[in-house]
Structure formats: C-alpha cells, structure tokens
Design a protein around this ligand. Sequence first.
Ligand code: SF4
Length: 271
Amino acid sequence: MNTITSEAPTPFPTVYGPVKSWRYGRSLGIDPIGAISTCSFNCVYCQLGEIEYRTDQRQIFVPTATIIKDLQRFAPWDVDVITLSGSGEPTLAANLGEIITEIQKLTQKPVIVLTNGTLLGDPAVCQALQSAQEVAVKLDATYSDQLTRINRPLSELDWAEIYTGIEQFRSFYPGKLSLQTMILSPWQKAQQQIYCHIVRKIQPDTIQLNTPTRPKPLMRQLDGRGNHTPGESRSYPVHHLKSVSSDVLQGLAAMIQQETGVSTRIAPQPS
Ligand code: SF4
C-alpha cells in the first residue's frame, strides 16, 4: 500500500541537524515519530526525557510526504549519512520502509536506523529494514531484571523474545548490523561472559559501548534528538546519572573484542 500523501507539512520539524556523530560523521536526523515521544522502552538515560506514549503497536505517526518535503529543504545534503531515530522508536512507524526508500531515492545517501530491537522479530519490520545500509540495535541488558531496570520496557515485553527477534533479524538482514550498549555500572565476570556469548550468536559487524555523559532531562525535550557537548548547561530540570570511567569502558571493549573477534569501539569521553 502506498502511504505517500500530499498533506501540508506540519510545523513540527521532522528533519534536524546535521549533528556530528562520533559513530557516523555528519548525520542528518529524521524523526518518523513526531511531536509526542513514543517508544516501547523508557530507558533511565533517555535524552528525550520520560517517554510520553509507551506502545509496541505500529502506526503512521508522520506521513512520508511530510518527511520528504522537510528533507528537500536540506538539499544538497552535505552529510555522510541520514539517520532515523528522532522522538522515539523508529520501527514503530508503519511507513518506515517507504520512508527509507524515498530518502534514498531523493538523497542517494546511506540510511542508518537506530532501534531498541523490540520489534525486530516482526516480519513486517524486518522487511521494512532490508534496504537500510546499517541497523544499530540497542542491547543494554543480558537478562530480564536488567532490562527492567535500565530500559523499563512495556510489561508485556520479554528479554528472551527481544533477543530471539534480534538473532532472527540478523539471519535475514544483508546490511551492516551494529550493537549499541550503554554501560551504567561495571559488569561482573558472569555478565561479561553472557554478553560475549550473545555477541557470538548474533554476529554483529561492530559494537559501540557508551556510558551516560549527559544528564537526563526530566521532561520531554525536543533537543534530546540531537547532540550535546558534555558538560554544557541545560535550561530545564535534569537528573544526573551514574556512569563508568573511560578505563572501565576501554577494558570492557578490549575484552569483548578479544573474546568475540568483533570490532568494539567506545564513545569519546569528556576530558
Ligand atoms: S529506546 Fe531510545 S527512545 Fe526509547 S526510551 Fe530508550 S533511549 Fe529513549
């Protein structure tokens, strides 16, 4: 079904940036979710603030034509990549596949989708992501309680099912798959071993480790979609988060790379 419509663009900016990403260079952001932050998780560190609408049901939040119209204003797209994330979980957008195809047709740029992985077991989502050049999947937890604590998912979501969905997706997806893992406290040996076991099963192309370096806004903030300089002040109430040192991150990255053979990078840390 073709969902492109000729509706007038909304005042909500569905294209933002370019932002400078340590992972992807100059990246133009696309927001297929829109004004109300929407996700199946409510991560303790989410830069959008507390998620306003929690769901795992797909729907069209922003018409594809609106996004494409907004994107045309950024021509000639002097960026390295175009990244879909925005105001929540992009795979919840039922027009995701169409958005990716239309962006590629218009810009000829690589498209990256950042996802929390909860819907990767859905064949329609798997299909929609096939033409993306890279899918970056969040994997912060190696067991159920940790998922509950860090990602605060909808109660019906189960860690084992999410993990199976990611594994399944890997076997069908021809593009580059990366795992993104946020480390909030040092991992015990047992957890390190479980993580390496999961990595060997999923076989990602790369792993990116991070730790919270920015305080979390307490309420929905639109600028949470972009990048911030660590330490910069915010004009709204924030919550400061626990993080680990650069040495801990580096040690973990070296261990994962040695044990799994998968290239593992850490996010640059504030000096
Ligand atoms: S998955 Fe992403 S958008 Fe959703 S709550 Fe977590 S950090 Fe925020």
